[in-house]
Design a protein around this ligand. Structure first.
Ligand code: FAD
Length: 470
């Protein structure tokens, strides 16, 4: 880094929020630097989140298909067994390739990659403790904070990443635990639980609230919970974890009813703590420049992502909104566009959320419970994958598509899909909602045959009139 040269923009954090903002800024001609302390670009998502989890979900799904479904298709596989080191190596290869890819894009778009931990050091100044020793001060016109999030700790539990693990440890276990207890029934816990369940673990989920994935549409969630139970998941809802002790190779968890009552002990070989994530800004010196937090401890920003300090912006998991990689990316692009004098904007109402279990669950917009609570007059259209020809031909028929639309105008308010490739199917609904479409718009759009997407069309038909195949 050539000190003395003033940057237009310094971004602290090289996750999906920060690195995307950096590339966008490079593309728009900014003199930009991105400071990242973990020694690799891509943040939580690429290194210990979205990407490695999807790699293990794919590998473990393959194992499950070979062991449980191949025979049904007339394919007899004898002696399939797990080489866990190879499975982990394939995951690491995917992560490595992608992080190097971002470094390549930084070079292409002339983004300066500063390896070190950044700190706000007065107006227009960022101090960096460089990873290879020493420090550097960068002066800049604007700063974007994109420092992401970290696992929320649970009182009474110490994460050692061996017996009591966070998602990071759960992505790198050295052997398949016989009994895995997952604390927290959110999407991260269910995805990691699925990986190990498919590889042979007995998985129990302990959840404080009355339901898993509380943000999910209630009807879809019930079907999802049923499906996971069929796969072998056990759920202990309304239950509070109060402590854990490691005794030799065993973890003893103490739990009690959420409302209080008699406690009991659950034994596990590995305990995964996935009871949420919290914004991360440790040692960043927010107070030194007057960056304030909101009531929930996130960095407070306005519609332009500007914090309470001049020329300091924040994006991604560290601010309000869903803690998702694609949301962080959209924040990054919009924030940089605003800095360039354009009209950057992110519509948080159309950020899709996807659970990459099998079946997948994907949704956009409002749930039926939310629409009802608002007193909105609405209608619902549903279509089961059982009646979809592609799902039948590939023998993957569990789940449904559910549309919720305004009763009078037919404008789509939400779509919820549980089923094969739900995470891909949801995007036509996201586009439709971005354009303010009605369910009739999707119902009248020609969809290729035979595709799973036809189930989306038929659910839209069910919402506005009648489906053909049901
Ligand atoms: P981060 O990705 O957390 O990046 C922040 C970066 O800033 C980090 O690399 C950190 O080292 C760096 N940093 C922090 N402080 C400093 C500093 N002072 N100086 C320099 N660098 C600093 N989201 C999805 O959309 N889809 C998924 O499938 C998905 N799966 C997930 C699975 C798991 C197991 C986990 C844990 C998360 C998953 N997420 C998923 C969430 C996703 O990872 C986050 O929403 C996303 O990474 C947020 O991006 P970000 O850029 O805001 O922050």
């Amino acid at each position: 880094f050539a000190s003395g040269d003033q940057k237009d923009l310094v971004i602290i954090g090289g996750g999906p929020g920060g690195y995307v903002a950096a590339i966008k800024a490079g593309q728009m001609g900014f003199n930009v630097a991105c400071v990242e302390g973990r020694g690799r670009l891509g943040g939580t998502c690429l290194n210990v989140g979205c990407i490695p989890s999807k790699a293990l979900l794919a590998s473990s799904h393959l194992m499950h298909e070979i062991q449980k479904n191949a025979e049904h298709h007339g394919i007899i596989v004898d002696g399939a067994r797990l080489d866990i080191d190879k499975m982990m190596a394939q995951k690491d290869k995917a992560v490595d390739g992608l992080t190097k890819g971002i470094e390549g894009l930084f070079k292409k778009y002339k983004v300066e990659y500063v390896k070190g931990w950044g700190k706000l050091a007065g107006k227009g100044q960022v101090d960096v403790a460089l990873l290879d020793g020493g420090s550097s001060t960068i002066s800049t016109k604007n700063i974007i904070i994109a420092t992401g999030s970290e696992v929320s700790p649970l009182p009474g539990l110490t994460i050692d990443e061996e017996r009591i693990v966070s998602s990071t440890g759960a992505l790198a276990l050295k052997e398949v635990p016989k009994r895995l207890v997952v604390i927290g029934g959110g999407y991260i816990g269910l995805e990691m639980g699925s990986v190990w369940e498919r590889l042979g673990s007995e998985v129990s989920v302990v959840e404080y609230g009355p339901a898993i994935v509380p943000t999910m549409d209630g009807e879809v969630r019930k079907a999802f919970e049923r499906s996971l139970k069929k796969q072998g998941f056990k759920f202990k809802l309304n239950t509070k974890v109060t402590g854990a002790t490691v005794e030799g190779d065993i973890v003893k968890l103490t739990v009690e009813p959420a409302k209080g009552g008699e406690s009991e002990t659950i034994e596990a070989d590995v305990v995964l703590v996935s009871a949420g994530r919290r914004p991360y800004y440790e040692g960043l010196g927010l107070e030194s420049v007057g960056v304030q937090l909101d009531k929930r401890g996130r960095i407070q920003v306005d519609k332009r992502f500007q914090t309470t300090a001049d020329d300091v912006y924040a994006i991604g998991d560290v601010i309000d909104g869903p803690m998702l990689a694609h949301k962080a990316e959209e924040d990054g692009v919009a924030c940089v566009e605003n800095l360039a004098g354009k009209a950057g904007h992110v519509n948080y109402n159309t950020v899709p959320s996807i659970v990459y279990t099998h079946p997948e669950v994907a949704s956009v917009g409002q749930t039926e419970e939310q629409v009802k609570a608002e007193g909105h007059e609405y209608k619902v259209g549903k279509f089961a994958f059982m009646a979809n020809s592609r799902a039948r031909s590939v023998d993957d028929t569990e789940g449904m598509v559910k549309f919720i639309a305004d009763k009078k105008t037919d404008k789509i308010l939400g779509v919820h899909i549980m089923g094969p490739n739900a995470g891909e199917l949801i995007h036509e609904c996201v586009v439709a909602m971005e354009y303010g479409a009605s369910s009739e718009d999707i119902a009248r759009t020609c969809h290729g045959h035979p595709t799973l997407s036809e189930a989306v069309k038929e659910a839209a038909m069910a919402c506005y009139d009648k489906p053909i195949h049901s």
